[in-house]
Write a protein that binds this ligand. Structure first.
Ligand SMILES: Nc1ncnc2c1ncn2[C@@H]1O[C@H](COP(=O)(O)OP(=O)(O)O)[C@@H](O)[C@H]1O
Ligand SMILES: [Mg+2]
Length: 204
């Protein structure tokens, strides 16, 4: 498993916490932003990520346990979740791809039913543990008190992620979507919103 990825914004490094395998996700300063604004963005995203991971867990969605938070460095030390990203599992196809896709749909439904949106729902932000359980990560753009618009946009992102990373795998996208709609209290309202967002994308 790769734990030294350098995204656009955060740095992930392997770490240890009380002798437990951990990862440190830190947000180093970005010189292209005004310093005050930069400090604000990094701090808001870091605190938001910790809060959202906790709220998601309370909604029944597995997320890494947070071991430590360094507000001044904008760094989170969390449980290292063993496994592989869902993107790779799904790309490999087969029954496991269908199962993981459905699990992702169910997890998204749990989040949305609790009024939470993830903000960056892609198959790269889901880890499939060796025991098969899925764990959602990368919540810095998430929010609670999500509106129907937030929920629709979240689902649209997920649908797009399946369409682009897993092009041609219509059955896995369907497995994800049907598990999702089975898990939300008002599937028709979300369907209408999703259609609305798809149409907007088409005509703007
Ligand atoms: N707690 C964790 N356990 C194991 N791997 C992790 C963990 N957090 C992040 N990763 C790995 O690092 C990658 C990037 O982390 P992520 O939180 O998604 O940040 P980014 O904003 O860079 O996408 C993930 O796709 C995953 O492979
Ligand atoms: Mg990510």
């Amino acid at each position: 498993m790769s734990v030294s990825s350098k995204g656009a914004e955060a740095t992930i490094t392997a770490a240890e916490f009380l002798r437990r395998p951990a990862v440190e996700k830190s947000r180093p300063p970005k010189s292209y932003r005004l310093p005050e604004l930069d400090a604000h963005i990094r701090s808001v995203r870091t605190r938001n990520e910790v809060r959202m991971m906790r709220e998601a867990r309370h909604a029944g969605v597995r997320t890494p346990c947070v071991y430590d938070l360094d507000v001044s460095r904008c760094s989170i030390t969390m449980e290292l979740v063993p496994g592989v990203v869902a993107k790779d599992v799904i790309s490999a196809g087969g029954d496991e791809a269908l199962r993981v896709a459905a699990e992702i749909g169910r997890a998204a439904a749990r989040l949305h039913s609790a009024g939470l949106c993830h903000g960056d729902l892609t198959t790269s932000n889901v880890i499939v543990r060796p025991d098969g359980e899925i764990c959602l990560i990368d919540f810095s753009m998430g929010r609670s008190n999500a509106t129907m618009e937030d929920i629709g946009v979240d689902l649209r992102l997920l649908e797009n992620a399946f369409a682009s990373s897993h092009a041609g795998m219509d059955d896995v996208r369907e497995a994800m979507m049907s598990a999702y709609f089975e898990g939300v209290p008002d599937p028709d309202a979300v369907r209408r919103k999703l259609e609305d967002i798809r149409n907007r994308g088409r005509y703007t």
